[in-house]
Design a protein around this ligand. Structure first.
Ligand code: GLN
Ligand code: ZN
Length: 755
C-alpha cells in the first residue's frame, strides 16, 4: 500500500449531486453548446461547483470525489478512450477531448449520439458504451487523478475517487455495431482491468487512500461467468502493488452471490445498500471474510427524500459491529438522485419539511450516525416527530376495494358497445395527446402562475389554443381527437399539482441526464381528488367537434415512478390511492359526455425491480392499480393506454393484463417488433403501434408510414389496428407535425382499402 493518507471510512456518502444547487452546471453547459461561452468559462463553473462540494463534504471522514460534465459512465468511456470511430472521422486528435465527449453525449450532424438508457431502477439515464473487439482501451484521460490532486490542494482530508467499476462498465455496455455476432463486451475485461490498475497506481500517488468502484450491475441476476469475471477483476486490482484501498459498492439492490465473490477477494471494503436490501444485514455475520474488511453500511436512503430514522439505523448498524473488521456508515447510493437542500424551499408546508432530508441534510445524518456509533450514544430522533397527514376517508376506501373493482365486463361485450357508440372506421387514426407546446402556450401558463393574468383570461387563452388544435385535427382528418394538453407542463407534475397529498418544490432539481433536470413532486400524504381536474378542458374540446375527443390522464404507476414516494406504506397501497383519484376523474369525464379515456402508463416498465424474482410482485400491484383506476368505466367507454420509452419484451403479459380496450405503443424505431410479441401471447384487443417516430424532427414520407402500417397489418387484424404516432407531439414543431399527420391519415385511408 502507498504512503497516501489512510484511515477508516467512518461516516461518508457514496456520491453527491453535481449539477449545482441552482443548476449552474446545466446553464454553463447549455451556454457552451450554443457557442455563447468558452471551454474555459465552462471549466471555471464546474471547478467552482466542485470546490463548493469539497467544502460541504468536509464534515465527512472520507469524501467521494466525482463531478462529471455530463454522465459518470461517459466519463469512463472518455477515460479509457473507448470512443466509437464515428466520433473520430479524422482519427484521434490533440485538444478535442471536450468536444468529442459532448459529441458522444449529444451526437453531431454526421454521428448519432451514444444510446441513453436508465441507470438501474432510478430516473437517471446514462450513455451506453459501445465496445467491440477493436475498441481502444487505454488510459487516455487522467481526470480522476487531477481531481484527487485538486481535492488535496483544496484541503480535502480523505479524497476517495468514485468510479464505475470495470465489470459493471462492461456489463452496461453494448456490443459495437461492427462487432461479430455474439460478441460480448465482457470479453475485453482483462484489458480494461489493466487500465484501471494503471489508474489506481496514479490515484494512490496523487493522495487517494481509498478508491470507490461501483459494481451495481450485480444487483441484477448474473450468470456464473459474470460472477467469475467480477472475482477475477477485483483479485487483479487488489494485487496491484501501489494502490489505494479498494471499496466495492453495490447500490440499488442485493448483490446476492456477488457479495461472496467480493468478500473472498482481497478488496478492502464493501458498501451495501441496506435501505433497498435490508436483508443483507443478516448475511454479514455468515461471511467470515468480512471480519478482515471495512463494511460500509448504506443506512441513509440515497434516492428518496425522507429523513432517516436514525435510532433505527443505529441499532441496525450496531448488530453488524462484531462481524466486520471496520464498520462505516453511509448513504445507500450516490446522492445524485436527490435535490441539494430542503432549507431553501420557501413554499413547502412546514410539517412536510420536518420529514424531509435532501443531500445536505443527509450529510448531517451520516455524520450524526457516525458519531453515535463511535460514542455509543443514541442520536436524538427528529424524524419520528412529524407524522404523515392522514385522510381516514381515503384509507377506508382503499381498504374496501374488492377484486371486482378491478374488473370490467368482457372485452367482446365492451367492443360491441363501443363500436355502436363511436362508429369508427377500420384503422382509426389518432394522436397520443399533446400537440406542440408553442412559446405562446408556455408564456400563458407562466403568466397565470405568476398572477400576471387572471383565471378568466387564462381560460380564454387556453380555450382558444384548444379550439385551434381541434380545428387542425379536423382539417387533417383524424378520427379520434385530443385537446392537445396545452395546460400541462408535464404529464406527472400536472396531476401532482392538482391532487392533495403531493407537494411541489421550487428548487428540488435532480439530474435526469446531461443538462436535463427534473423536479419530481413529493408524494407525502394520503392522496384524494376533491374536485375534477381535466373535465372542463375535455368537455370544452368535445363541444367543438362531432368526432370523439379522448380524455387524457396519467396512470398511477407513472405518477409514482416520476415522484418521490412515501416509504411508510407499501407502494401498491399508495398506487391504489392514486388509482381511486383517477377512477373518480374517469367517472366525471364520462358524465361530461367523453366516450374515450386514455390513461398513460409510459413508465410501466421503469419500476421493474433489478431481479426477476421480484417482478411478479411488482407487476401485480402495478397492473392492479391501473385496473382499479379504469375498472369503473362503463362498457361503452373506450379505455386507451399508452406506453413508451422502453423495450416491452419483459412486460408483454402485464400490458395484456391492463385490459385496456386500445393500447398505443412506441414501435416505429423497432419496426413493429412489439406487435408480434403481443400477438404471440394472444393479445386480442385494439392496438396502435406508433408509425411516426416523434423523437426526430424528420418528416417521414407517406410511403414510409404506409410500409409500417402494412407491416402492422400483417400481424394484427385490421379491425383491431389503430394508426397513431409513437408518443405525444409536445416537443415537435407545427410544420413537421402537420405534414406528418396528413401523410399518416392518407396512408391509413389507403390501407383501409386493403382491409
Ligand atoms: N399524453 C402524453 C402526451 O402526449 C403522453 C406522454 C408520454 O407518453 N410520454 O404528451
Ligand atoms: Zn409516450
Amino acid at each position: 500500500m502507498s504512503g497516501a493518507l489512510s484511515g477508516p471510512i467512518g461516516a461518508t456518502v457514496l456520491g453527491y449531486p453535481r449539477i449545482g444547487p441552482r443548476r449552474e452546471l446545466k446553464k454553463a453547459l447549455e451556454a457552451y453548446w450554443k457557442g455563447a461561452s468558452s471551454a474555459d468559462e465552462l471549466a471555471q463553473v464546474a471547478a467552482d461547483l466542485r470546490a463548493r462540494t469539497y467544502r460541504e463534504l468536509a464534515g465527512l471522514d472520507s469524501q467521494p470525489i466525482s463531478g462529471s460534465y455530463y454522465d459518470h459512465v461517459l466519463d469512463v468511456t472518455a477515460m479509457v478512450d473507448a470512443v466509437p470511430p464515428r466520433f473520430r472521422p479524422h482519427g484521434r486528435r490533440e485538444g478535442t477531448a471536450l468536444d468529442e465527449y459532448f459529441a458522444m453525449a449529444r451526437g453531431t450532424a454526421t454521428a448519432a449520439p451514444l444510446e441513453m438508457t436508465k441507470w438501474f431502477d432510478t430516473n437517471y439515464h446514462y450513455l451506453v458504451p459501445e465496445i467491440g473487439p477493436d475498441t481502444p482501451l487505454r488510459l487516455a484521460d487522467e481526470t480522476p487523478v487531477e481531481r484527487v490532486r485538486e481535492a488535496v490542494a483544496a484541503g480535502v482530508t480523505a479524497p476517495r475517487p468514485a468510479l464505475v467499476g470495470p465489470v459493471t462498465y462492461l456489463l452496461l455496455a453494448k456490443a459495437a455495431d461492427e462487432a461479430p455476432e455474439g460478441f460480448s463486451p465482457l470479453a475485453r475485461l482483462d484489458e480494461l482491468v489493466e487500465v484501471y490498475a494503471q489508474l489506481l497506481a496514479k490515484l494512490a500517488d496523487a493522495g487517494a487512500a481509498w478508491v470507490q468502484l461501483e459494481e451495481s450491475a450485480f444487483v441484477a441476476d448474473r450468470g456464473d461467468e459474470e460472477l467469475a469475471a467480477l472475482r477475477r477483476a477485483h483479485d487483479r486490482l487488489s494485487g496491484t502493488p501501489d494502490r489505494p484501498r479498494i471499496l466495492v459498492t453495490f447500490s440499488y439492490g442485493d448483490p446476492g452471490p456477488a457479495l461472496d465473490e467480493v468478500a473472498d477477494s482481497r478488496v478492502d471494503g464493501i458498501a451495501l445498500d441496506l435501505v433497498t436490501a435490508p436483508q443483507l444485514a443478516d448475511r454479514v455475520p455468515a461471511l467470515p471474510a468480512l471480519r478482515e474488511k471495512t463494511v460500509v453500511a448504506g443506512l441513509v436512503d440515497g434516492r428518496n427524500v425522507w429523513r432517516a430514522d436514525l435510532a433505527g439505523a443505529l441499532s441496525r448498524a450496531a448488530t453488524l459491529l462484531g462481524s466486520v473488521g471496520d464498520l462505516a456508515v453511509s448513504t445507500s447510493c450516490s446522492l445524485l438522485h436527490v435535490p441539494y437542500d430542503v432549507t431553501v424551499e420557501s413554499t413547502l408546508d412546514p410539517t412536510v419539511v420536518a420529514r424531509l432530508a435532501f443531500a445536505r441534510q443527509k450529510l448531517d445524518e451520516v455524520v450524526t450516525l457516525g458519531e453515535a456509533l463511535r460514542s455509543g450514544t443514541r442520536p436524538s430522533d427528529a424524524a419520528g416527530s412529524a407524522a404523515v397527514a392522514v385522510d381516514e376517508a381515503v384509507r377506508a376506501r382503499v381498504a374496501a376495494v374488492a377484486p371486482g373493482d378491478r374488473e370490467r365486463p368482457e372485452y367482446l361485450v365492451r367492443a360491441k358497445a363501443q363500436q355502436e357508440r363511436l362508429g369508427l372506421p377500420p384503422l382509426p387514426t389518432t394522436t397520443i395527446g399533446s400537440f406542440p407546446q408553442t412559446p405562446n402556450v408556455r408564456r400563458t401558463r407562466a403568466d397565470w402562475a405568476n398572477g400576471r393574468i387572471d383565471d378568466a383570461e387564462y381560460t380564454r387563452r387556453m380555450r382558444s389554443e384548444i379550439e385551434r388544435v381541434i380545428r387542425l385535427q379536423e382539417a387533417i382528418g383524424l378520427d379520434v381527437l385530443v385537446h392537445g394538453e396545452p395546460e400541462r407542463n408535464d404529464m406527472v407534475q400536472y396531476f401532482a399539482d392538482n391532487l392533495p397529498g403531493f407537494a411541489t418544490t421550487e428548487l428540488g432539481w435532480v439530474q435526469s441526464y446531461g443538462s436535463r433536470c427534473v423536479r419530481p413532486p413529493i408524494l407525502h400524504g394520503d392522496v384524494s381528488r376533491p374536485e375534477p381536474i381535466t373535465v372542463d378542458w375535455a368537455r370544452y374540446a368535445q363541444s367543438l367537434s362531432s368526432k370523439p375527443v379522448k380524455g387524457m390522464l396519467t396512470g398511477p404507476v407513472t405518477i409514482l415512478a416520476w415522484s418521490f414516494v412515501r416509504d411508510d406504506q407499501p407502494l401498491g397501497r399508495t398506487a391504489d390511492q392514486v388509482a381511486l383519484a383517477l377512477r373518480d376523474e374517469i367517472a366525471d369525464l364520462e358524465a361530461a359526455g367523453i366516450g374515450i379515456v386514455q390513461v398513460d402508463e409510459a413508465a410501466l416498465r421503469e419500476l421493474l425491480p433489478p431481479r426477476r424474482a421480484d417482478w411478479a410482485a411488482y407487476l401485480d400491484w402495478a397492473v392492479g392499480s391501473f385496473r382499479l383506476a379504469t375498472g369503473g368505466a362503463s362498457e361503452e367507454t373506450q379505455v386507451h393506454t399508452h406506453l413508451c420509452y422502453s423495450e416491452f419484451g419483459d412486460v408483454i403479459d402485464a400490458i395484456d393484463g391492463l385490459d385496456a380496450d386500445v393500447t398505443t405503443i412506441e414501435a416505429a424505431r423497432s419496426r413493429m417488433e412489439v406487435l408480434a410479441d403481443l400477438e404471440a401471447i394472444g393479445y386480442s384487443r385494439g392496438v396502435g403501434p406508433g408509425v411516426y417516430d416523434i423523437h426526430s424532427p424528420r418528416v417521414p414520407e407517406r410511403e414510409e408510414i404506409a410500409a409500417l402500417i402494412a407491416e402492422a397489418q400483417r400481424v394484427v387484424p385490421g379491425d383491431r389496428l389503430w394508426v397513431n404516432p409513437d408518443c405525444g407531439l409536445k416537443t415537435r414543431g407545427y410544420e413537421e407535425v402537420e405534414a406528418t399527420l396528413r401523410a399518416m391519415v392518407e396512408a391509413a385511408r389507403a390501407a383501409r382499402l386493403r382491409h
